[in-house]
Design a protein around this ligand. Structure first.
Ligand code: TYM
Length: 335
């Protein structure tokens, strides 16, 4: 059995980057034979950025509904909310005590905050919470607690998986046993990073996202707003560095992508290109949107699915695993 695990932070509305980089590949992977999947809502992680209780709750519901609408089968995969598993923060502490501070200093999200502070002449750590600094340790606990082998993520998350390997390895070494399997990142090279409306990585923090379940009208408007150069119809267009082209590629077969590249070379007008992109995305998302809306109308059902997943997962895996780890490090047996 290969164990595949991935999570999405509940800090906003699910967007096409989450879909292409995490949800779509994860659901495809979960259907392969011999795979045991773990998909979860990273609500503890959301507290680092979004300290707005209503938003965290809303986002949790939306992201859960997105997974379900995309075909996640809660009786075939482990589907849960991170904060329903108290063993995860418990493991976070055990890992914190073996994690090198120097490694955390190099984490991208933390370094970006320090760089911003330096650029503004502030102290390195001004406004940086210990939570942001510790983010990779919590994420390592998410992965290591279930001995996941493969972690499908976008390229932005690869460094965190490497850190999880490092912390797991140190723990194994210090306590003299292979308690943890060392995980590997699985990045789909075709769609490593989906750009957003402005050409930067599609991200809640850049406010450049296309929500997964935008209405058709909204979707059309957002696509019309994708940044392009000012070349007129008839002038050849570059596919290199074109957000429009890259998003198209994430929604089309290799053959259709080649035809779209040819249309660029032949000087397709931006209006036409945007219309074609809209039709692509709309065709893929419309059936999912209908399911999503039906699910969002029944939040109690979503809640019941999440609670049931977490309860079974604790009983079968999290609680016994933590018991073993507590014993390994010399803590009292709680059972
Ligand atoms: P998050 O919530 O930022 O993103 C969730 C998933 O979506 C992918 N993603 C993208 N992929 C391609 N293009 C984009 N523009 C794009 N934007 C987001 C991310 O790579 C990710 O796969 N720390 C994680 C959540 C997490 C997690 C974990 C993931 C917590 N614990 C354990 C895996 C394993 C995060 O903030 O992802």
């Amino acid at each position: 059995h290969t164990r595949v695990l991935t999570g999405i932070t509940t800090s906003g509305t699910p967007h096409l980057g989450n879909y292409v980089g995490a949800i779509r590949p994860a659901i495809a992977a979960s259907r392969a034979a011999g795979v045991e999947s773990f998909y979860f809502l990273a609500d503890y992680h959301s507290l680092i950025k979004a300290q707005d209780p209503a938003r965290t709750q809303r986002s949790t519901l939306e992201i859960a509904a997105a997974w379900l609408a995309c075909g996640l089968e809660p009786d075939k995969v482990w589907f849960y909310r991170q904060s329903d598993i108290p063993e995860i923060p418990e493991l976070t502490w055990l890992l914190t005590c073996v994690a090198g501070k120097g490694i955390l200093n190099r984490a991208h999200a933390y370094k970006a905050a320090v760089d911003r502070n330096r650029a503004e002449g502030e102290d390195d750590d001004a406004g940086v919470s210990a939570g942001l600094f510790m983010y990779p340790v919590l994420m390592a606990a998410d992965i290591l607690i279930f001995n996941a082998h493969k972690v499908p993520v976008g390229r932005d998350q690869v460094q965190h998986i490497e850190m999880a390997r490092d912390f797991g390895q140190r723990f194994n070494h210090i306590y003299g046993q292979d308690f943890f399997m060392l995980p590997e990142a699985a990045v789909d090279d075709n769609v490593a990073t989906l750009p957003g409306l402005d050409g930067r990585k599609m991200s809640k923090s850049y406010d450049n996202t296309i929500p997964m379940f935008a209405s058709r009208n909204e979707l059309k408007k957002l696509i019309a707003g994708i940044l392009t150069d000012s070349r007129a119809p008839g002038e050849p267009k570059d596919i290199e560095g074109s957000a429009l082209f890259q998003i198209y590629q994430a929604f089309a077969s290799a053959q259709d992508t080649a035809a779209f590249a040819q249309a660029f070379a032949d000087g397709i007008g931006w209006g036409d290109a945007k219309q074609q992109l809209f039709e692509r995305i709309d065709a893929e998302v419309t059936p999912l949107r209908e399911k999503y809306e039906a699910l969002m109308a029944r939040p109690a059902e979503i809640e019941a699915i999440l609670r049931d997943g977490a309860a079974r997962l604790r009983a079968q895996h999290a609680t016994p695993t933590l018991q073993r780890l507590r014993e390994a490090v010399g803590l009292r047996d709680l059972s």
